[in-house]
Design a protein around this ligand. Structure first.
Ligand SMILES: Cc1ncc(C[n+]2csc(CCOP(=O)(O)OP(=O)(O)O)c2C)c(N)n1
Ligand SMILES: CC(=O)[C@@H](O)[C@H](O)COP(=O)(O)O
Ligand SMILES: [Mg+2]
Length: 628
């Protein structure tokens, strides 16, 4: 069946049994492909029937379907002409793991960060109306993404307008981990007792039979009817926001989905279709552990085990373990996550200190300011968050934390290029979006030992501190307690021809590049920056005045990063005529791919950087006369 599907039009010839068979084939295809490439398996297994039904009922790409977060669009990509490219999923130059306008006309809007789909859909619907065009706009949003405040901003705006728009709530009780918050409890009521749904029909019948006596009574009756409905029937929260609610519906029953979507699309005002699905459906391992199979590395289908044996600890694990140790001694330490306990290494903290652990849902803005409130009231909050998602809380960092000098610690995970998640997830802006904020201290460890030491150091300060560290494994020796951080940079190797100041993951690359330079009789002085703000002026300036040449290396865009800060420092200290080369990410969005492939592709690996430094030095006249 799947062989015959090249565009969604091919779906429309199939009957429900054939569509059900197609769903089975797509599941096998997904498990096979993702077991080889890795990716977001559980979410995609959960939306097979929903995606098929959407592409039967609607006519993409004329009709616009916007997928919130977009990690669940593999089925959509399979059905829209990209199934033959699936072996390249998330590889350099291959298919993206998210919808991208430039990848396909069927990808109506790029996503990756959560809770944007309803805003984008409303924007398109309004554009359609203004331009007098005629097509449907559908936003598909998960129950996790619906905990993002931006989604409610859009619901609030959409509901009061009579704009034809469909929101499909894909409710599987899961965010990455179990979904949290009062909305999730509300949804579980709707999910668990379908009697509500039947009750609604009965109540409507009974109440509508009572003859309306006089406008006052009938209005009172209407209010009475609504208050009864709001008690008993599902979706009143959405109805009160101006949406016509349909649901809850079995999200794996293609004929039911087709029927409800077809009638919902006839409504000329905003509608919300509440669909119940099972995350990981069709692959037992994923059904039993949808959190683990939310984002999975390549795995063995039979056992479900990841193929690449994990050796060593990740930065996230070192962070989490250190925080647990510190929290044992300091009762004021609390940990906050925005729906990413597993990814940020807080699973152990959650288990050991359930009363001091807060998962606020996909609500980074709220997390930052709540941390501010906690700090103002005497706690020591640590907000663990991916660099890219912290972008959501920028104004809160400025306005609520740093302006008031509140001692919040930002454990910024996934800082720098992250690899397969690509453009929407690379954490390559945090040094730029944080360095200009007054009162904030910024630290960047070169390995797990330093991360652990820096976390301890940060907790001794009564100030806002950001510690940024990359995705993946780190060098870490258990007895790192001896390693203290004194708030200064460290000279890793003395030299004379050029000062290389590197931060974080770039330090190891700098040392490798230095070895290559030495083979060319060039002797760099390598400095591990460690503290990005305020810079360790004495160490950096002393070295630069000695070597009279400067190279900076950062896993951040060049603009506004550490290199910019160092150049500014030299100018403020009236140190001129120092030839300087800033090495970092260019002014563009960095594509997806394995991290090592991406670094090589952009010339950010040791070999390429060594070449760049050699030509930078030897281009200089004074080097032409060779100093050796
Ligand atoms: C702003 C933001 N914060 C965090 C994330 C990380 N994230 C990706 S998917 C996800 C959970 C989404 O849950 P849901 O919308 O229910 O989708 P499901 O996987 O259940 O289909 C989270 C928290 C994100 N993509 N964007
Ligand atoms: C879809 C999404 O945003 C998350 O699942 C993200 O992909 C997790 O990234 P890590 O794999 O680095 O934890
Ligand atoms: Mg969900």
């Amino acid at each position: 069946m799947l062989e015959k599907i090249h565009t969604p039009k091919d779906l429309k010839q199939l009957n429900n049994d054939e569509l059900a068979q197609l769903a089975d084939e797509i599941r096998c295809f997904l498990i096979d492909k993702v077991s080889k490439t890795g990716g977001h398996l559980a979410s995609n297994l959960g939306v097979v029937e929903l995606t098929i039904a959407l592409h039967v009922v609607f006519d993409a790409p004329v009709d616009k379907i916007i997928w919130d977060v977009g990690h669940q669009t593999y089925v959509h990509k399979i059905l829209t002409g990209r199934k033959d490219d699936f072996s390249s999923l998330r590889q350099l130059g291959g298919l993206s793991g998210y919808p991208k306008i430039e990848e396909s006309p069927y990808d109506a809007f790029g996503t990756g960060h959560s809770s944007t789909s309803i805003s984008a859909a409303l924007g398109m619907a309004r554009a359609r109306n203004i331009k007098g065009e005629n097509y449907f706009v559908v936003a598909v949003i998960g129950d996790g993404a619906l905990t993002g405040g931006m989604a409610f901003e859009a619901l609030n705006d959409a509901g009061r307008t009579k704009t034809q728009l469909m929101v499909i709530l894909n409710d599987n009780e899961m965010s990455i981990s179990h979904n949290v918050g009062s909305l999730s409890i509300y949804l579980s009521k709707l999910r668990t007792d379908p009697a509500y749904f039947k009750m609604k029909a009965d109540i409507d019948k009974v109440l509508n039979r009572i003859p309306e006596i006089g406008s006052i009574l009938s209005n009172t009756l209407q209010r009475f009817k609504n208050s009864i409905k709001s008690l008993l029937v599902p979706g009143m929260i959405f109805e009160n926001l101006g949406f016509t609610y349909f649901g809850p519906i079995d999200g794996h029953d293609i004929s039911a989905l087709k029927e409800v979507l077809s009638s919902a699309k006839m409504v000329k005002s905003p509608v919300l279709v509440h669909v119940i699905t099972k995350k990981g459906k069709g692959y037992k391992n994923a059904e039993n552990d949808p959190e683990y199979y939310h984002g999975i590395e390549p795995f063995d289908i039979e056992s479900g085990e990841c193929i690449n044996i994990k050796n060593g600890k990740t930065y996230s694990e070192v962070f989490g373990d250190t925080l647990v140790e510190l929290a044992k001694k300091d009762k004021n330490i609390v940990a906050i996550t925005a729906a990413m306990p597993y990814g940020t290494g807080l699973t152990r903290f959650k288990k050991e200190f359930p009363d001091r652990f807060f998962d606020v849902g996909i609500a980074e803005q709220h997390a930052v300011t709540m941390a501010g409130g906690m700090a103002a009231a005497g706690l020591r909050p640590v907000f663990a968050v991916y660099s890219t998602f912290l972008q959501r809380g920028y104004d809160q960092i400025v306005h609520d934390i740093c302006l008031q000098k509140l001692p919040v610690i930002f454990a910024i995970d996934r800082a720098g290029v992250v690899g397969e998640d690509g453009e929407t997830h690379n954490g390559i802006f945090d040094l730029s979006y944080l360095s200009h904020i007054p009162n904030l201290i910024i630290l960047s460890p070169k390995d797990g030992n330093e991360l652990s030491a820096m976390l301890k150091y940060a907790l001794t300060l009564n100030k806002p501190v950001a510690i940024r560290y990359p995705r993946g494994n780190c060098r870490y020796t258990k007895d790192s307690s001896s390693i203290l951080f004194d708030g200064r940079a460290e000279i890793l190797q003395e030299g004379r021809d050029v000062t290389i100041v590197a931060e974080g993951r770039m330090v190891e690359i700098a040392l490798k590049a230095a070895e290559i330079l030495k083979s060319k009789h060039l002797f760099p002085e390598v400095i591990n920056a460690r503290i990005i703000k305020p810079l360790d002026e004495n160490t950096i300036i002393a070295s630069v005045l000695k070597t009279r040449h400067l190279v900076t290396m950062e896993d951040n865009v060049k603009i506004g990063g550490m290199g910019s800060s160092i150049i500014q420092l030299l100018s403020e200290k009236f140190i001129y005529n120092i030839p300087t080369k800033v090495i970092g990410w260019p002014d563009q969005f960095i594509c997806h791919g394995k991290i090592e492939d991406v670094f090589k592709y952009y010339g950010m690996n040791a070999e390429s950087i060594a070449e760049q430094i050699i030509s930078f030095l030897l281009e200089r006249d004074d080097y032409g006369k060779s100093k050796t």
